[in-house]
Design a protein around this ligand. Structure first.
Ligand code: ADP
Ligand code: ZN
Ligand code: ZN
Length: 730
């Protein structure tokens, strides 16, 4: 008899618990099973299996409760290996989430504990010849037979003769039909067979130093300006790692925006590269996952979730653009940081973790400066060019000169001149939709979301008003919902409106829009980028997603329409976000032989962030920003945890958040800010209050927050969400 511990997720308790079941047969641990739980059929996850000589009756007598048998084992082999199971359980503990939720995060949809396999394996039919020798065939049959014999093995679909001939040859037992499993290809790329360039001395030094310590766990930070050859360093490290018989995890933020990295790796390493990201079809995802867990690949390239790739012998982990906030999962449980998981894996495998960025997070750069990470700098661009020159335009002056347009005179002239030369322009406007606010000129009413405290955005292409915080949308009638006046004022130009303005304003302008709305379909990103690459348009207008990883050789002008947008957020990272965004978007200009330039429009041109930006001087920015962080006591000088309290009742949210803050304030070693109403006080009919806790020692805060979470776990009226190292304060 086997006593089996099964993890069951119970919505009522929110957190998971283990229960005992019986099995006569031996079953492996870490598989899913069907069980009866409270007279319901549920799926559980086996954590432990113990063989015993006792009978069912004896076991029940000893444990003091009735035991039932496992009904059915779902998986043939363990879903996770031991390493990943340990990480899942650690994450659950650290982020106050359920173990099942953590396991789910690690698996493709088809394998999640709560679902039964929906997508099947895909097969291909093949023909081959048998040992039997042919006699008395017709001419066509003989040809068909020889065709297969000469090729050895032929896909059924590639067989150039009729079905009657195939059937006959099979009936005669001359040909055999076999069914083989195939994998759906994820992100097919045209292989160009580009040979690896010889590394320059700076690059070579980094590769050598890291590979010298390849069998130990440590973190290295490569700070290199855009185009300084970081990717080439990753490729070279990967090649050396594979050569030593180990595997590589290559992480990028939001892979849909950076197909370049996949292309570079597939070009260099061919079929041994697997790709994981959220836009793969579920079939592709499932297949890539199985190729990885069968250890059929050497390299996994992917976004955040690829850190959980079930590779057994990891020798290198790379996080490109390590500063990017999409490495943090904060929208749902478990709220985890990829860096934290990457460090656990690096320790387990005894291998390097390499972080790279042109604009490292302050936390990472400070650690590198303190010697916690090995620091490497790449200060020159490979093509020997300087970074593009930046000009700031004072929009207050434009107003004084009676230019009320969203374009300054300088930017207008430059755009016109650039497209006249047949070159391309990238414009950044961090606001999507057509108009972000609509006000009635008759009664003053501003049209708001009925469920959130935000104004609705007008989307002209669908003639709808949409909320950007929940799913609410409504047809636009052209009249005030309050007084029915048609005198409406649209303000806050978004990308849709500006795209219209551009085509009206500039001769020969052809605009492509690159934002969440225009890229919603599968492959939407790639399609737009290909059109731009093929020069079907000369202006690419987009939100911040335009700043990442794009590489077009004919882009010589980058314009930022609202430079201050990021600066004005009530967030201690506002300066950092602004610097990163503008430095990254600047890097899109003049990447090839043509020189590029950047124009930033601002109402606050003397802001210190712009001073550092004008020189492309990360170090200057780092020093001045560290001074501010130290004075205000923010990371990297302390750690942060946020506690978000939400409720349908404003009063409940207010009082409970006050109680929580009072409780935390009693603990020494914690600095508690708030509670305060969130920037957007109500989202999806829930009022939001927010507490920020600063701490140095997680041993102090941890039990406190655990008590808080436990207290509200079963509360039907108030929800509490804790987030360590939060990125968003809304
Ligand atoms: P980054 O990742 O820092 O932006 P990349 O690695 O993409 O920079 O390098 C920029 C360009 O320079 C790419 O086209 C790359 O192929 C090329 N490159 C990088 N290293 C070398 C080298 N050692 N010799 C020649 N070309 C190189
Ligand atoms: Zn809403
Ligand atoms: Zn009105």
């Amino acid at each position: 008899m086997h006593l089996v511990k099964v993890l069951v997720e119970m919505p009522a308790l929110a957190l998971d618990q283990e229960f005992d079941y019986l099995s006569v047969k031996e079953i492996p641990p870490r598989v899913r099973v069907n069980i009866l739980f409270n007279r319901r059929n549920v799926i559980g996850y086996v954590t432990k299996v113990e063989k015993t000589d006792l009978t069912k009756g004896e076991l029940e007598a000893r444990l003091g409760y009735r035991l039932s048998y496992i009904k059915n084992v779902i998986d043939e082999s363990p879903l996770l290996n031991e390493e990943l199971e340990t990480i899942a359980f650690n994450l659950a503990r650290q982020s106050f989430s359920s173990k099942i939720a953590c396991i789910q995060t690690m698996l493709p949809k088809q394998l999640k504990p709560a679902t039964v396999q929906a997508v099947g394996k895909k097969y291909q039919l093949y023909l081959s010849v048998s040992a039997k020798l042919p006699e008395r065939l017709t001419k066509r049959q003989q040809e068909g037979y020889e065709f297969v014999r000469d090729k050895g093995k032929v896909k059924l679909t590639d067989f150039p003769y009729s079905k009657a001939i195939v059937d006959k040859l099979i009936a005669l037992e001359l040909l055999v039909k076999t069914r083989e499993e195939i994998y759906r290809e994820a992100m097919a790329v045209k292989l160009e067979g580009i040979p690896a360039p010889e590394l320059n001395p700076d690059q070579a030094k980094i590769v050598k130093a890291i590979m010298l310590k390849k069998d130990t766990s440590f973190t290295a930070l490569i700070h290199g300006v855009t185009g300084s050859g970081k990717t080439e360093v990753y490729l070279s490290l990967a090649a050396a790692t594979i050569k030593s018989g180990r595997q590589v995890i290559m992480l990028v933020p939001e892979i849909a925006l950076t197909p370049m990295m996949v292309k570079a790796f597939k070009n260099r390493f061919g079929d041994t590269v697997a790709v994981i990201h959220s836009r793969l079809s579920s079939g592709q995802r499932y297949d890539e996952y199985r190729r990885i867990s069968n250890q059929e690949v050497d390299i996994v390239v992917g976004a955040r979730s690829a850190i959980f790739a079930p590779l057994a012998n990891v020798g290198l982990i790379v996080m490109d653009e390590e500063h990017d906030s999409s490495y943090k999962q904060d929208a749902k449980s478990p709220r985890y940081g990829t860096l934290n998981v990457a460090k656990m894996r690096s320790r387990f495998h005894g291998c390097p973790l390499v972080l790279g960025s042109a604009t490292p997070s302050l936390e990472s750069y400070a650690r590198a400066k303190n010697g916690v990470y090995d620091l490497y700098e790449l200060t020159n661009r490979i093509n020997g060019r300087d970074l593009p020159h930046i000009t700031m335009v004072d929009m207050k002056k434009e107003l004084k000169n009676q230019n009320y347009s969203i374009f300054s005179q300088l930017l207008k002239d430059k755009i016109q001149a650039t497209i006249a030369k047949g070159q391309q322009v990238i414009l950044l406007l961090n606001k999507r939709g057509y108009a972000t606010a609509i006000q009635c000129l008759e009664c003053g009413h501003v049209i708001k979301c009925p469920h959130c405290d935000v104004s609705l955005t007008y989307h002209k292409d669908q003639n709808k008003l949409k909320c950007h915080y929940c799913d609410y949308q409504v047809d636009f009638t052209g009249r005030c919902p309050d007084c029915h006046s048609p005198a409406l004022k649209l303000t806050g130009e978004g990308t849709q409106k500006v795209a219209e303005l551009i085509e009206a304003e500039f001769e020969g302008a052809k605009v492509l829009r690159f934002d969440v709305d225009s890229t919603r379909n599968k492959d939407g990103h790639q399609k737009i980028l290909e059109q731009f690459e093929n020069k079907e348009a000369n202006i690419l207008l987009g939100t911040q997603m335009i700043a990442k990883g794009l590489d077009f050789k004919d882009v010589t002008l980058v314009g930022v329409l609202n430079g201050d947008a990021a600066l004005n957020l009530p967030d201690f990272r506002a300066n950092e976000r602004c610097f990163v965004l503008l430095e990254q978007v600047s890097g899109r200009a003049g990447r090839d032989s043509l020189e590029g330039e950047v124009i930033i429009q601002s109402y606050d041109i003397d802001h210190p962030v712009y001073k550092a930006l004008l020189n492309h001087d990360y170090h200057q920015f780092f020093v001045q920003e560290m001074r501010i962080r130290k004075m205000a006591n923010y990371p990297p000088f302390v750690h942060l945890a946020s506690v978000l309290v939400t409720s349908k009742s404003e009063k409940n949210a207010a009082t409970q958040s006050q109680l929580i803050a009072n409780y935390l304030k009693k603990t020494s070693g914690l600095e508690v800010l708030g509670p305060a109403p969130s920037l957007i006080h109500r989202i999806e009919d829930h009022y939001r209050y927010w507490i920020m806790v600063k701490f140095k020692d997680s041993k102090v805060i941890y039990p406190c927050l655990q008590n808080v979470v436990a207290k509200y776990l079963n509360d039907r009226f108030v929800q509490v969400v804790v987030d360590f190292n939060p990125y968003n304060q809304i």
